[in-house]
Design a protein around this ligand. Structure first.
Ligand code: AOF
Ligand code: ZN
Length: 348
């Protein structure tokens, strides 16, 4: 590994410490190196708070060393006045002679302007060190800005023989059994804390009556989303209990009340693009789709997904509702006791 990659790897590790705290901003880490020694480090800790470079520069005790240092940062230093002044100006004002950037910022107000500004000021700027890793780190943020839609994660649990569920219309198939185990359920809850929204279809809401809350992990609660074309889901469902913000997509508008909002969609047209446009406008950067089968499959068929998390349990149903079909090989696999978590990326 080259020395620049080693420092960029450190930036990425630092950036991750902001996970769950900075969205919809990206996670960003920065290190400052003088004579091959790290003299300062920082990361973006909190949404609205100082950027990574500011924290890194502030952590350097002897500021005179900055004039002979290199600053590494996993995302292009910003060029705009947002909640904080531009980081590129700060770097220029401290006369840091060299900047190494992981990935260019796709946010329209920055998008290369930070790099350009620093170069014009005579700074040597190198771009693209561990770029793939930096892109992966902020994949939600990049997809949101580049494709103007949220990052879509599909999630389901299936049996070893590829079924989502028993066929409940056939009583002889008996009671549903848990496909995944406690550890995987906890991971699902952790996953929820990392996403901005969580979506299910009408049948799943009716059949499973899920509350879609974060219970087995501490962290942020995503906005709950449910599709209910005819607005027929009963108010007694956990989803409509008013405890957490919930959005119902419908063509039969109900009355908004505390934590419950009805959003009209045109169901005579394809609703997925409309739904994603709405989430984009609301600045919800990612959504996890938790079923049912038809909804998951329509995201796959329309190629409107980025990542899929498939929990493969050890049970064998022999019959039932077949799991969605991805036609992909997993990117990662994780053994969770008797369950295997397979993670797929649409773009491999
Ligand atoms: C950086 N370093 O650590 C981060 C950056 O609203 P603001 O002022 O916080 O600006 C948010 C935008 O700044 C965000 O959309 C992204 O483009 C960039 N984030 N930039 O130089 C950082 N977090
Ligand atoms: Zn900045």
């Amino acid at each position: 590994m080259k020395i620049a990659e080693k420092y960029m790897e450190r930036c990425i590790s630092l950036a991750r410490l902001g996970s769950g705290e900075v969205a919809p901003n990206p996670m960003v880490g920065s290190v400052i190196v003088c004579n091959d020694l790290i003299i300062g480090e920082g990361f973006h800790r909190q949404y609205g708070g100082p950027h990574a470079e500011v924290n890194a520069i502030n952590s350097v005790k002897d500021k005179s060393l900055l004039k002979e240092s290199t600053i590494y940062v996993s995302l292009e230093p910003c060029a705009h006045f947002g909640k904080t002044p531009p980081c590129s100006d700060l770097i220029i004002s401290h006369r840091i002679p060299r900047v190494v950037v992981g990935s260019v910022d796709p946010f329209a107000k920055v998008a290369g302007k930070g790099i350009e500004k620093m170069r014009r000021a005579g700074i040597q700027v190198e771009v693209g060190v561990l770029e793939d890793e930096c892109l992966e780190l902020n994949r939600r943020f990049f997809t949101f800005h580049q494709q103007q839609r949220p990052y879509v994660i599909l999630k389901w649990a299936q049996t070893l023989d590829g079924f989502l569920d028993i066929d409940r219309s056939q009583p002889e198939f008996g009671q549903p059994t848990w496909i995944s185990n406690e550890l995987s359920r906890r991971l699902v809850h952790r996953q929820r804390t990392e996403e901005a929204a969580i979506l299910i279809g009408t049948n799943t809401a009716m059949k499973d009556n899920p509350s879609l809350t974060v219970r087995d992990w501490s962290g942020r609660q995503p906005v709950r989303l449910v599709i209910d074309r005819q607005n027929l889901l009963p108010d007694s469902l956990h989803l409509k209990d008013g405890t957490m913000p919930t959005i119902v997509f419908t063509d039969n508008k109900g009355e908004n009340r505390r934590n419950l909002e009805f959003v009209p969609l045109d169901f005579s047209r394809n609703i997925l693009p409309q739904l994603l446009d709405f989430l984009y406008a609301r600045e919800l950067q990612s959504v996890v789709v938790e079923g049912g089968k038809l909804l998951l499959q329509s995201f796959i068929d329309q190629d409107l997904w980025d990542e899929a998390h498939v929990y493969v349990g050890h049970s064998w149903f022999g019959n039932g509702v077949p799991a969605p079909h991805l036609a992909k090989l997993p990117r990662k696999c994780e053994q969770l006791h008797d369950t295997i978590l397979q993670v797929f990326y649409r773009q491999n």
